[in-house]
Design a protein around this ligand. Structure first.
Ligand SMILES: Nc1nc2c(c(=O)[nH]1)N(C=O)[C@@H](CNc1ccc(C(=O)N[C@@H](CCC(=O)O)C(=O)O)cc1)CN2
Ligand SMILES: Nc1ncnc2c1ncn2[C@@H]1O[C@H](COP(=O)(O)OP(=O)(O)OP(=O)(O)O)[C@@H](O)[C@H]1O
Length: 231
């Protein structure tokens, strides 16, 4: 990786999604300026189609709960996210974690590229849509990202939303650079090697075609609605 990009001239299309193929073919040159944007548009379109069917949405939520729950065994604090429409929905998993006494923190947007964390104190469904981009956020305290790495920090797992992940953990996010600036190698609180991270996306969005820049957060594992990918 001499130029900082994950160079593959002919990226593979991800395995077909059982619910219909997600068109994640990347442009031939992954360093092209529109490479990430093109992939984002295709995945967003597929997610819009997927969320049209309430039966699919409900089944997906249950499937992600099944895939993710085993990873939370022994975890004392989980950083989740409040799904936007079309994103893998973690409400079931996070509600259950809170009920078991696991601390649940959610990202809150403070400003361009700036994240903090806020504790979940009740059901996910009761959260107000007060965040940027209409994201649901707790209205309570904003904690600095550094709470994750203090000496007293409990055993933590961070669930990372993504539009696509490569099998090696490369991530395509929503484009604000929030998770990279927060948790990437040159971010405020680099997580790699310190706190385990799990990327969450649909199976059909796992693709080698995710172009990776040096500042991008790379996750330790990827979990989809059909289970954890082999590392
Ligand atoms: N559920 C959730 N929460 C999250 C994130 C996320 O990806 N998902 N983030 C992860 O970083 C942060 C917020 N980042 C986001 C950045 C952009 C958009 C977004 O929807 N953008 C517009 C414009 C996109 C475009 O066309 O360029 C859009 O899609 O309509 C959403 C979240 C923090 N919280
Ligand atoms: N650590 C960093 N310091 C400065 N700028 C950064 C950093 N990380 C990312 N950026 C900038 O943020 C912008 C968006 O980055 P990128 O496309 O990787 O976002 P993303 O990971 O898809 O988004 P998100 O994390 O919000 O879902 C890019 O222009 C990039 O240059």
């Amino acid at each position: 990786m001499t130029d900082g990009w994950n160079a593959r001239s002919e990226p593979e299309v991800a395995s077909p999604n059982p619910d219909g193929a997600v068109p994640v073919r990347a442009p031939a040159d992954p360093a092209a300026p529109d490479s990430r944007q093109g992939l984002r548009s295709r995945i967003r379109a597929a997610r819009r189609a997927r969320r049209e069917d309430p039966a699919v949405v409900a089944r997906d939520a249950a499937s992600f709960a099944r895939s993710l729950t085993p990873l939370l065994t022994g975890v004392e604090r989980v950083v989740g996210y409040a799904a936007l429409p079309g994103e893998p929905d973690l409400d079931v998993v996070l509600d259950a974690a809170l009920d078991r006494g696991t601390e649940v923190l959610l990202p809150v947007v403070l400003g361009p590229g700036a994240l903090a964390l806020s504790p979940l104190t009740g059901p996910m469904a009761a959260l107000p849509r007060i965040g940027a981009f209409g994201i649901r956020e707790p209205s309570g305290p904003r904690l600095p990202l550094e709470v994750l790495t203090t000496a007293e920090a409990p055993r933590t797992l961070v669930l990372v939303p993504g539009l696509a992940f490569s099998p090696g953990g490369g991530r395509l996010g929503n484009g604000g650079g929030f998770y990279d600036r927060a948790f990437g190698p040159s971010g405020s609180v680099p997580l790699r090697g310190r706190i385990p991270t799990v990327g969450v996306c649909f199976r059909g969005e796992v693709t080698e075609a995710v172009p990776i820049a040096p500042w991008d957060l790379v996750v330790d594992r990827v979990v989809t609605e059909v289970g954890a990918l082999e590392a």
